[in-house]
Design a protein. Structure first.
Length: 260
């Protein structure tokens, strides 16, 4: 009995040590990211005009370098941190079901709709929390803005067996791609290149004109017409799976080239 307790205590101490080691590793990663970023931006601002252009690439590169320097336990812990968010980026409906049903498709709130509701609710109650909790609201806002993008990408509400088009391999013009990636990136890149001189601001302005005085003008008020704020994403999810069926999956078979 005592041995058992002692053993557990020993295990608990070991587990605590292990946890500390992992967090030290993660803290090390963050410090490395910060340090490398400061160095990188410092160098960039000395040697290049318009150094702000480096920020995204600088962040990516320094964090990748730091990530490669992580020990196996810390790397594992970081991966687990990422992993818990992975089901929150999409909705899987049963194959050929062009409808969204929260209780069927968002079990335990683990889907993009559930995530939006969760982070919206956190932000709505921002006055209630302690200073510590309010600090986490920045994270909630970042997640919310990311997931609002995801839920409006039709193939982020897709069929289960093809993983939202990810397993539907096809060609986009001359290179290999897949149906999910076509909607995630290829269409945008092609539109940018062919119509907007690779200028993202011009594309954004064109989209905005569609609702400031264009074809979506009449739709704007309906975007926030929901029974309550938390049910809004149900509507967005329904629209996305409808559009996925109407356009995304339409006429697409393995190996075809939808760019034609
Ligand atoms: Zn996402």
């Amino acid at each position: 009995m005592f041995c058992d307790i002692g053993g557990r205590k020993h295990q608990a101490v070991q587990a605590e040590k292990k946890k500390k080691k992992i967090w030290d590793g993660i803290r090390g990663l963050l410090r490395l990211c910060a340090l490398a970023f400061v160095l990188f931006v410092g160098l960039a601002s000395i040697s290049l005009p318009g150094a702000l252009g480096w920020s995204k690439e600088g962040h990516m590169m320094t964090c990748r370098i730091a990530q490669n320097l992580l020990g196996p336990e810390a790397a594992n812990a970081v991966e687990n941190l990422y992993r818990w968010t992975s089901p929150l980026h999409f909705i899987d409906t049963p194959d050929n079901a062009c409808t969204f049903d929260y209780s069927r498709d968002c079990v335990k709130d683990a889907c993009v709709d559930g995530a939006i509701q969760n982070f919206t609710s956190q932000l709505l109650h921002y006055r209630d929390g302690t200073a510590d909790r309010r600090y986490n609201l920045t994270e909630a806002l970042l997640f919310l803005s990311h997931f609002m993008g995801d839920i409006h990408q039709p193939m982020h509400a897709g069929f289960t067996s093809d993983k939202g088009g990810n397993t539907v391999d096809l060609r986009w013009f001359r290179h290999k791609s897949n149906l999910h990636h076509v909607w995630d990136r290829e269409i945008i890149l092609t539109a940018l290149k062919d119509f907007y001189d690779n200028d993202m601001v011009l594309l954004q302005e064109a989209i905005e004109r569609n609702f400031s005085d264009g074809i979506w003008f009449d739709d704007v008020t309906s975007w926030k017409e929901c029974d309550d704020l938390l049910s809004c994403p149900d509507k967005y999810a329904t629209e996305s799976i409808n559009i996925a069926c109407k356009w995304g999956y339409k006429g697409v078979k393995e190996g075809v080239n939808p760019s034609r």
